[in-house]
Design a protein around this ligand. Sequence first.
Ligand SMILES: *[C@@H]1O[C@H](CO)[C@@H](O)[C@H](O)[C@H]1NC(C)=O
Ligand SMILES: *[C@@H]1O[C@H](CO)[C@@H](O)[C@H](O)[C@H]1NC(C)=O
Ligand SMILES: *[C@@H]1O[C@H](CO)[C@@H](O)[C@H](O)[C@H]1NC(C)=O
Ligand SMILES: *[C@@H]1O[C@H](CO)[C@@H](O)[C@H](O)[C@H]1NC(C)=O
Length: 171
Amino acid sequence: MYLPLIFLYAICANGYAAKLPLVISTWAHSTFPNATQKAWEYLKSNGDQRLGALVEGLSTCEALQCDHTVGYGGSPDETGETTLDALVMDGSTHQIGAVGDLRQIKDVARVAWAVMNFTEHSLLVGDQAMKFALEMGFTKSNLTTNVSIEMHQNWIRNNCQPNFWKVRNFL
Ligand SMILES: *[C@@H]1O[C@H](CO)[C@@H](O)[C@H](O)[C@H]1NC(C)=O
Ligand SMILES: *[C@@H]1O[C@H](CO)[C@@H](O)[C@H](O)[C@H]1NC(C)=O
Ligand SMILES: *[C@@H]1O[C@H](CO)[C@@H](O)[C@H](O)[C@H]1NC(C)=O
Ligand SMILES: *[C@@H]1O[C@H](CO)[C@@H](O)[C@H](O)[C@H]1NC(C)=O
C-alpha cells in the first residue's frame, strides 16, 4: 500500500517576536505551489488562523490531486483501491488529529481536523475513521479514477514492482 503524504505548514510567529506569517510546502512541482498559494491567501485574509490555512492548503492539494500522491485517484494499493491518510497538528497547542487508511472519503484533511476538534483521539483508522467521517457529515464518493486504474494496471504489468513487501514466500 502506498501512503501518500503531503507536508504543508502554516506558521505564524506570535508573542514578542516579529510577526512572520509563512507557509512552507515540501514540494514545488505539480500543483503543490497552487496549494501553498491557497494556504497563503487564507492566512493573509484570515489573520492568525494557522489551522484554517493549513487545511485550506491540504484540501486544495486533495482536490487538485497534487502529483497523484495526494487526494483521490492516485497511489492505489495492491487491490487497486485508493485510500487516504491525513494529519494536522497545531504546533502552538500540540493538538493533533489524524486519519489513516480512510476509504471513500475525499476530504481527509478536514476529517483529520474534525478528529482534533471533536474527539479525544489522535488517530482514527479504517472503518472506524469512515464511520466517524460519515457521522460528521462527510459524504462517500468513489476515489478510483481512470488514472488510478491505469497506475494499478501498470504496476501489475511491471510484476507488482515496486512494492512494500520485504518477504513474501507464503503464497
Ligand atoms: C496552478 O497555478 C498555476 C500558476 O499560477 C496556474 O497557471 C495553473 O492554472 C494552476 N492550476 C490549477 C489546477 O489551479
Ligand atoms: C474545527 O474548529 C474550528 C474552530 O476552532 C473551525 O473553524 C473549523 O471549521 C473546525 N473544523 C472541522 C473540520 O470541524
Ligand atoms: C469508480 O470509478 C471508476 C472510474 O471511473 C470506475 O471504473 C468504477 O467502476 C467506479 N466504482 C464504483 C463502485 O462506482
Ligand atoms: C474512463 O475510461 C472509460 C473506459 O475506457 C471511458 O469510457 C471513460 O470515458 C473514461 N472516463 C474519463 C473521465 O475519462
